[in-house]
Design a binder for this molecule. Structure first.
Ligand code: FES
Ligand SMILES: [Fe+2]
Length: 411
């Protein structure tokens, strides 16, 4: 291995850091996203996922710790998922470099001789914080704190730098500086919050999971999720509602950190399941629906001791592909299979509509958001823009809502 390449590799942790593509792809970095279901990983089996256009390899160590690495060897880019995982370290299938799964740190390069001075432990595979919660592997898609050795931009950058000794030396100096300041491994300056958790209200409950891919940008998926006006057209069915049941609604909303809440209210009287619940418990039914950045809609329905809690997330996979992950838990006498039939139908209706919408969006039409039905969508875009602005300037984030608001629409 050439001297240049050695210094280059040592420098990678600092020099080849990914540039967040926030601006071009419209993704929100530095948040948790669900990557896959826990059931997809067993024993030493590796699984792959794509989040925010980053290919990931995920697994669980022998001690049960979930991990997520960029699915790309920092040596020559072959997906690490083709390698071998022994429960602790992941060995690349190409030249056998070994990486600690939980840190991404390189621990062995088989081709090195005792003469080589390359500092193996300074090499990192791209690595992201990963937690297993509510039956999902969650990955914190950190934009800058990770030692992203295998970044998208790094391949081209590498090619350039292999030719450019001066640049490599400069990079090495900056890597040394970064090491001196302790800025290695997966340390980040800001503590990372823990992954989101579904609210449950009793010890025993049923829980079920659904997922569905949408061929659109995450923003379209999200505003579709919070859109009240499509219900009577897209989701019409005898047991839910028909277009003839459209009536005027008044809903109160309030700002919450990073999002907004549809204040606790008695659910729509044109939905049969809610009427049934009320009849059953004899107590009022209240629903609270929250949306928080980057992509989480939660809904809690409570009536006496009975409850239903759900979470839908719309996760960016590629810039023109996102995925809804839906998890619901309840202690009602509602068998999982019955719920799934209805929920699947519901999701399929949304999916089919968005497939049709994608046809139209291909041609970059001008779009509009109208009051009041699209006001939540406006808040979403406002939240997103204000968050990016506050991250850019370092000033506090302003909320697009100045206080509680009552919206009116017909659905
Ligand atoms: S490409 Fe992975 S070890 Fe060479
Ligand atoms: Fe829908």
């Amino acid at each position: 291995m050439s001297e240049t390449l050695q210094t280059l590799l040592q420098a990678k942790g600092e020099a080849a850091r990914e540039i967040p593509s926030e601006s071009e792809a419209g993704f929100l970095w530095d948040f948790w996203y669900p990557a896959l279901r826990s059931t997809e990983v067993s024993g030493n089996r590796l699984a792959t996922a794509m989040l925010l256009e980053v290919p990931l390899v995920l697994g669980r160590t022998a001690d049960g710790n979930a991990f997520a690495m960029r699915d790309s060897c920092p040596h020559r880019g072959i997906p690490l998922s083709y390698g071998h995982f022994d429960g602790q370290t992941l060995e690349c299938s190409y030249h056998g470099w070994k990486f600690e799964a939980c840190t991404g740190r390189c621990v062995e390069i088989p081709s090195l001789t005792s003469q080589d001075k390359l500092k193996v432990e300074r090499i990192f595979a791209g690595h992201y914080p990963c937690e297993e919660r509510d039956g999902y592997f969650w990955v914190y898609m950190s934009s800058g704190a990770r030692p992203a050795a295998g970044g998208t931009g790094s391949r081209d950058a590498n090619r350039g730098r292999e030719r450019d000794n001066a640049e490599a030396q400069r990079a090495e100096r900056s890597a040394e500086k970064s090491e001196a300041s302790g800025n290695t491994s997966a340390q980040s300056t800001e503590p990372i919050p823990s992954a989101p958790k579904l609210a449950v209200f009793s010890e025993k409950y049923r829980i079920t999971y659904l997922a569905c891919d949408l061929p659109s940008h995450v923003d379209q998926g999200i505003i579709g999720l919070m859109d009240p006006a499509h219900g009577p057209f897209v989701h019409q069915s005898w047991y839910w509602r028909s277009r003839h049941s459209i009536h005027e609604k008044e809903k109160k909303f309030e700002p919450i950190p990073n999002g907004f809440r549809m204040s606790p209210h008695t659910p729509s009287s044109n939905s049969a399941p809610y009427r049934m619940l009320q009849k059953y418990t004899g107590e009022p039914v209240t629903t609270t629906i929250d949306f928080v950045l980057p992509n989480i809609r939660t809904e809690e329905i409570r009536s006496g001791k009975l409850w239903f809690s759900s979470r839908a997330t719309v996760t960016p996979v590629l810039r023109d592909l996102c995925r809804i992950d839906f998890v619901a838990a309840w202690n009602l006498l509602l068998p999982v299979w019955i719920f799934r039939i209805f929920a699947q139908k519901f999701l399929r209706q949304d999916q089919e509509t968005m497939i049709l919408q994608a046809e139209g969006l291909k041609h970059n039409p001008r779009l509009m958001l109208i009051d009041d039905a699209d006001r939540p969508a406006k808040w979403y875009f406002g939240l997103k823009a204000n968050l990016l602005e506050s991250r850019r300037t370092g000033s506090a984030m302003t909320h697009p809502m100045s206080g509680p608001v009552t919206l009116h629409w017909r659905s």
